[in-house]
Design a protein around this ligand. Structure first.
Ligand code: MG
Length: 215
């Protein structure tokens, strides 16, 4: 019985995600769903991405958090249209939450790229489609090299993996070779970037790739 209920929730979500997808396609906006555990650097990546693509790509942002508007305020400071969703305890965004806030952004056809920052969580966000073109995940090297095999779904669902805080590598026991190898064993098509949002290392390689995806 429990399994059936969960299946129905996901099915209902998929239907709404498909409606979002249609809106995004009609507007010609590329939508990226950014996922990670808490503290891996999602908002910092967004800030760096926005700064690097400034004047080249018109960006809008949806921020997802359990509570608070700190992240939306950080994006707002960069002059980018942003809307904050508070899930009030929910550990992920769902398609309906996205539908609800679209009217609080500029018309989608005025945007080239819509970035959705999901709630920090390595499990549930990967299960819920939002209507995005692609999922991207961040893993900071400080989180340890055991994460891909422990949380496989997020790695399987993502098109790109960004290994953040690469500047901290010498201070951790993380084996980045194992991180890469295990991630690719789960998803051979995963595009992997090594970056530091603090020093800026690797950010241009990432944003150059993003630019090739955005029309
Ligand atoms: Mg954040």
């Amino acid at each position: 019985m429990k399994v059936k209920v969960v299946a129905n929730i996901l099915e209902a979500n998929d239907r709404i995600a498909a409606e979002n997808r249609k809106k995004f396609e009609e507007a010609g906006v590329f939508v990226m769903n950014v996922m990670s555990g808490p503290g891996a650097g999602k908002t910092s990546l967004l800030e760096k991405t926005i700064q690097e693509l400034s004047g080249k790509v018109k960006i809008g942002v949806i921020e997802g958090d359990i509570a608070g508007a700190d992240d939306a305020e950080r994006i707002d400071k960069l002059g980018i249209p942003v809307v904050q969703i508070n899930t009030g305890g929910g550990c992920h965004l769902d398609a309906n939450m996205i539908t609800d806030v679209l009217e609080d952004l500029p018309p989608l056809k005025e945007l080239d790229l819509l970035i959705i920052e999901n709630v920090g969580n390595l499990v549930c966000p990967a299960e819920f489609k939002l209507g995005e073109d692609m999922k991207v995940m961040l893993l900071s090297v400080a989180e340890g090299h055991d994460k891909p095999l422990k949380y496989p779904l997020m790695f399987q669902e993502s098109s790109a993996l960004i290994l953040n805080k690469i500047d901290l590598l010498p201070y951790t026991d993380a084996d980045i070779g194992k991180m890469r190898k295990d991630s690719l064993s789960l998803n051979p098509n995963l595009k992997i970037f090594e970056v530091s949002c603090k020093t800026g290392q690797g950010i241009t390689e990432w944003t150059n790739w993003v630019q090739t995806l955005v029309k």
